[in-house]
Design a protein around this ligand. Structure first.
Ligand code: ADP
Length: 476
């Protein structure tokens, strides 16, 4: 179902309510590694919002955009360039999806505005009943502050519609970053596997103090290699690549390090230089650490960037790209891919705890460990794309079993996912169980009140409508 307007969304809802037909809302339905556009229940109709794709407003002075769900990162980027606006957006590793879908799923990018959910300011939502709500200042007729002040009057409701099945978002306000005077794209290398702890400790402090202002990404050597080469060049075994093979790859490619850290520094040139010196000094406490920075300054009479920041550094400037897709050729021509992304407190000790556990489990399940940690101010998102050869039934089931084990076992230790693949939404929902599942009970109360016929994305994030809950209880 491809509605073109709010009125068409309302018309679809009327029919779905009348006949009890479940709808599964997506913006463009990419959501790679988390289940794509697939619904959770048979017989659901995908409500695909890609034809509602207008960029309704971009305000250069105040730094925001108001967009519809079908607007892709590529579209917004093209618009900013075409109109020569001094604003930067932030894009996730894969820049092909929608701005709205990604922000609602709490996706991340790599500029200082890389916490996409945190940039949301004002939503328009069609509720299951067909009622259209504008949150925050959007409820005040004539206000020009809908995309400027998040609060509005009364409870803050934007969060209710993130990773949720309480409504259909038809407009979303997003803050955009005033173009900085410059960007230094930095790469740091750490030689030994055991440098992880010290490197994360230094990084965590630099992030908390906002010397490094954006999500920084640390990856192991397997991850780096996987984005550039196919593993068959070195190894064809059905198990995970043994350490000797990884060592051989390092020798062949002349790689002297184990960990690579990528991040950007932002601001006027004086700030870039000062930040780089502080970062250099901080990492010099780790023997053998090397750091390089490449400065890009706004140039030209209008102060705009003369050309895009190219290559993997592009995403530090919010340029949408598809570089991350390369990894899907690492273990076969067209790998399947499941994402494991738990939230870890930002400290070296915690990173090592998770790293060692995941490494052992990955090896046991015959899966290569592409380890990554994205460092925010206070937490790390552990990012592990579980790659498997789709045509190999055993590898496919090993991949799913690995993800199940990681979620289950780390969950017992209080380490939980920030986002979930469709097939694991209930498992993870079960883990957030404080006070006899008080959170789930509250979500169910909201679900029943807002969507009495239970037609919107049943099962999303483990939240089921009343009728399915009864049915599920009966089958247990
Ligand atoms: P992508 O941007 O990768 O194409 P999707 O469109 O697949 O992302 O959206 C990811 C998830 O976000 C969907 O599965 C859905 O749960 C939620 N979502 C996306 N768009 C909307 C929307 N307009 N309203 C409510 N939820 C949405």
């Amino acid at each position: 179902m491809l509605p073109k307007s709010v009125e068409e969304v309302q018309a679809v809802l009327a029919v779905a309510n009348q006949h009890g037909i479940p709808l599964w809302t997506v913006s463009t339905g990419r959501n790679l590694g988390y289940g794509g556009a697939a619904p959770r229940v048979n017989g659901a109709i995908v409500l695909d919002m890609q034809r509602m794709n207008r960029i309704l407003e971009v305000d250069e002075e105040h730094g925001y955009a108001l967009v519809e769900p079908g607007v892709r990162f590529l579209d917004l980027y093209g618009y900013l360039r075409e109109h020569r606006l001094k604003l930067w957006m932030s894009a996730p590793s894969l820049g092909w999806g929608s701005v709205v879908g990604n922000a609602l799923e709490r996706g991340i990018g790599y500029t200082p505005y890389g916490d996409h959910a945190a940039q949301i300011c004002g939503l328009e939502v069609v509720l299951a009943t067909g009622d259209v709500v504008r949150t925050g200042m959007g409820a005040l007729p004539g206000a020009n502050t809908w995309q400027i002040y998040k609060g509005g009057y009364g409870p803050s409701l934007d969060g209710l519609f993130l990773q949720s099945n309480f409504g259909i978002v038809t407009k979303l306000g997003l803050w955009l970053m005033p173009q900085p005077g410059g960007l230094t794209s930095c790469v740091a290398h750490f030689q030994r596997e055991s440098d992880l702890e010290a490197a994360i400790d230094v990084l965590a402090s630099l992030r908390r103090r906002e010397i490094i202002q954006s999500n920084a990404q640390m990856g192991n050597v397997v991850r780096e290699v996987a984005h550039r080469y196919s593993r068959s060049r070195w190894y064809d075994g059905p198990d995970a690549m043994p350490d000797e093979v990884i060592e051989k790859i390092r020798q062949d490619l002349g790689i002297g390090w184990w960990w690579t850290l990528r991040f950007g520094l932002y601001g006027d040139e004086e700030l870039l230089d000062a930040r780089f010196r502080i970062v250099q000094r901080a990492f010099s406490s780790i023997p053998g650490a090397e750091i390089t920075g490449h400065k890009h300054l706004a140039s030209g009479s209008d102060g705009l960037y003369a050309c895009e920041v190219e290559g993997p550094a592009g995403r530090l400037a919010g340029v949408p790209g598809l570089f991350a897709l390369n990894a899907l050729r690492f273990r076969g021509d067209d790998c399947g891919h499941l994402d494991f992304s738990p939230i870890v407190a930002s400290s070296g000790r915690e990173a090592v705890r998770v790293y060692e556990f995941v490494k052992a489990q990955a090896r046991e399940h015959g899966i290569d460990y592409l380890a990554g940690f994205t460092a925010s101010e206070r937490h790390l998102t552990h990012v592990f794309p579980i790659l498997y050869e789709k045509r190999d039934a055993e590898q496919t089931s090993n991949a799913a079993a690995l993800l199940d084990t990681l979620i289950t076992e780390l969950g017992k230790q209080g380490i939980g996912e920030y986002r979930a693949h469709l097939a694991f939404m209930d498992l993870i929902g079960d883990q957030y169980s404080f006070n006899k599942h008080a959170l789930r009970r509250l979500n169910e109360t909201l679900k029943d009140a807002l969507d009495p016929n239970g037609i919107l994305s049943p099962g999303k994030q483990g939240i089921w409508p009343a009728a399915s809950r009864r049915q599920r209880a009966g089958t247990r």
